[in-house]
Structures are given as C-alpha cells and as structure tokens.
Design a protein around this ligand. Structure first.
Ligand SMILES: *Cc1c(COP(=O)(O)O)cnc(C)c1O
Length: 382
C-alpha cells in the first residue's frame, strides 16, 4: 500500500541535496575539525561554511550560531544559560502554557530549584498578546521564552511585539523557532530576538543536529564543558555531517519558501475547507496567523487514538498533535491551555504538510476521513 506522510511537524524526510551533502563527511572527509592537518582543515571548513549558511538564512552573523544536538538541547541551553547569567538579577521566567515539552519540562525543573515560573495561557486561537506579557513582567523577570510557531495547532505568535515588550523592561527574549524556520521568513536582527532555537530534522535535514542563535554581545555560559569546541561554549567533537546536512536543508528551505508557502497553503486550505464540512469538526489554532502547512482539528465524539489508527490503516500517517501526546490520558496540554475541555482536547488531529505532499494525497484524505469519523461515532453509541 502507498503511504501518505502528513506528520511533518514530528519529523521530515532528509532532502536529496542535504543527504548528498552529508555523505563525504562520513568517510572521505571524516576529519576532526580541531585537528591541524588537512583532514582537520577540510572538516573545519565544512563546519564554518555550514555555520555561515545557517546564519545567513535567519539574518544572523556567523559568530552568533552554535551547533547543538537539536531543538531540545538549544531550548535547554538558552533557558538554563540565562538563569546562570542573570542569577544576580532575579529568578522569574515568563513562558507560555503551549510550549514544547523541551521548554516546559526545563522550566519545571527550575521551579524545583526555587525559580518562579509564569506560564501565560493563550486565547482560544492559541495566541498571546503583548499586553498579556506586559502585565506578567516583574522587577525580577530575567527571561521571556515564547515559541514562534506552535507545533500542535500551528498558531504564529507575534514575536516581534512580544520581544519589544520584553526589551522595554530590560528582559531577554528567547524563541523556540523549530517549527517556524523555513516555513515563515525570519530575520533575527529585525525581530530583535536574543536567543533562537532550531532543529534540522523538522526542515528536511538530519536528526540529532540543531543550532542556537545567541545575539552578540550576549554571552551565555557554556552548556557542555570539555575540549572547548564552539568557542568554548559547547564542547564535544562537532557533528560535521549533521551540520553540513542542516545547512543545505536550511538554505533549500529558505530559497524555496515563497513558492512552497503558496503551494502548501493551498493544499492546507483545501483540507481545512473540506474537513470542516464534517459535522462536529472544528479548526484549532488561528484561522489566519498559522503555519502554511499545518491543518489541525478537533471532532465531537471522537477519540484521537482511534482515528489516528483508522487513518494509519488507510495508509495516512498523521498524529494527534505532538509525538508524545498520543498515549497521554488527558488531552494534549496545548488544547487544554487554549481553553478546550478535556473531552474535545482528546479528539485532536494534526495534518502537517511538506513540499513533498501532493493534491492527490489531499483528495485521498478528504475522501477517506468523513466516513471514518462517522463510523467511529456510530461504534461509540452502542
Ligand atoms: C520537535 C520540536 C522540538 C525538539 O527538537 P528536537 O530536535 O527533536 O530535539 C522543540 N520545539 C518544537 C516546537 C518542536 O516541534
């Protein structure tokens, strides 16, 4: 059976170009970038070229980009790093209740260490307003961490306004841009952001590599200690093939962004238009300010896990919202934080597209989904 992959917010296929770009650095050019000989030099060059490419894609300087093992590490580093840096200023952090678990679990741990955490609830569409943030800022606030685009419902946050609000009070601003980069244009210096997290595997790069942007002259303390790689801030022999693959994927993604935005927005809107014809189906997230490739829904009298199973049987690979919420007893935390009650939050379906999806695939989904929902509801009413 042909399979349709519409879970691109969970991970993506590595692009052909990114894959080819990685290959030489496994065998022929396998050197350690810290070595002085020619093997080391060619690896070092690949690493620095990759850094330039990633920097350019978000309007940063190359010495503001640090390679990490992915989005989770970048979020951990940004948040814990600021705590260390600002330990004399205060212990209050503001974030949102709809963040990825890499942010939420990190904040929970800090709370156990005496930090005070404010998690802003969102409006019904998953948004947070600058006024809301303004009201939460205190004398002892050291960091605001709010994601650029939500991974469950696709809502885009007004990061420029949120960042300006934080800065007005002398507070640093971090954003988890894992779902946003290559999907919406990003210019870190225009936005004014201090710290920004990225991950390669959400944008057709390889798994296990990402980056943290740290705006100069901000100087975070090191995350790892050891051999002093990444200017002493992130020790450990660099993942050269990963960085090379990430750079190519980021560059491809940013170059193709305008065209791909048009094409996947129209696929997304076709899905939304047709799926909303199902009785008791509702769009979640902001109807306008949303990721171009993300369509997310809830359905009355439907259990997510059962629906995802049925879709899978039909060859359609989608998810409830986040990769880890599938088995959770309560509905995804994101929908709860947006004000949905538990029952409806447990019926979420996320269809996340990439440039590789086709209109035919959308037609197949639109064809299969309505009778599936009807059948599941009938079976529920015995
Ligand atoms: C996937 C994801 C992460 C984690 O990135 P990894 O590279 O898998 O560690 C963080 N934040 C968001 C919004 C994500 O979607």
């Amino acid at each position: 059976m042909e399979r349709i992959y519409v879970d691109n917010s969970a991970t993506t296929a590595v692009s052909e170009k990114a894959f080819s770009a990685m290959l030489p650095y496994f065998r022929e050019k396998f050197g350690n970038p810290s070595a002085i000989h020619s093997y080391g030099q060619e690896a070092k060059k690949a690493l620095e070229d990759s850094r330039n490419t990633v920097a350019k894609a978000i309007g940063a300087y190359n010495n503001e980009i640090y390679f990490t093992s992915g989005g989770t590490e970048s979020n951990n580093w940004a948040i814990n790093g600021v705590c260390q840096l600002k330990k004399d200023k205060g212990k209050h952090i503001i974030s949102s209740a709809v963040e990825h678990s890499a942010v939420l679990r990190t904040l929970e741990k800090l709370e156990l260490r005496g930090y005070s955490i404010t998690l802003l609830k969102t409006d019904k569409n998953g948004g947070i307003s600058p006024e809301q943030l303004q009201n939460a800022i205190r004398e002892d606030t050291i960091l605001v961490s709010i994601m650029m685009a939500n991974n469950v419902v696709g809502t885009l946050m007004p990061v420029k306004e949120l960042c300006d609000t934080a800065h007005k009070h002398g507070v640093l601003f971090h954003t988890d841009a894992v779902q946003a980069i290559t999907h919406i244009p990003i210019d870190v210096h225009y936005l004014g952001i201090d710290l920004l997290s990225m991950s390669a595997h959400k944008l057709h790069g390889p798994k296990g590599v990402g980056a943290l942007f740290i705006r100069l002259p901000l100087h975070l303390p090191p995350y790892h200690t050891g051999g002093g790689q990444e200017k002493g801030l992130r020790s450990g022999t660099e993942n050269v093939p990963g960085a090379a693959g990430m750079a190519v994927a980021v560059e491809e993604g940013v170059t193709a962004l305008p065209a791909v935005t048009n094409s996947i927005t129209s696929l997304r809107d076709k899905l939304i238009e047709n799926i909303l014809k199902i009785p008791g189906a509702y769009l979640t997230g902001d109807p306008v300010e949303r990721l171009p490739g993300l369509a997310s829904f809830v359905f009355e009298n439907i259990e997510s896990a059962l629906l995802i199973n049925e879709l899978n049987e039909a060859g359609i690979c989608a998810s409830p919202g986040s990769a880890c919420s599938a088995s959770a007893k309560e509905g995804p935390h994101v929908l709860s934080a947006m004000g949905y009650d538990d029952d409806i939050a447990r019926s979420a379906l996320r269809i996340s597209l990439s440039a590789y999806n086709t209109e035919q695939e959308m037609n197949y989904i639109i064809d299969k989904l309505p009778p599936m929902v009807a059948e599941l509801r009938k079976n529920r009413l015995y």
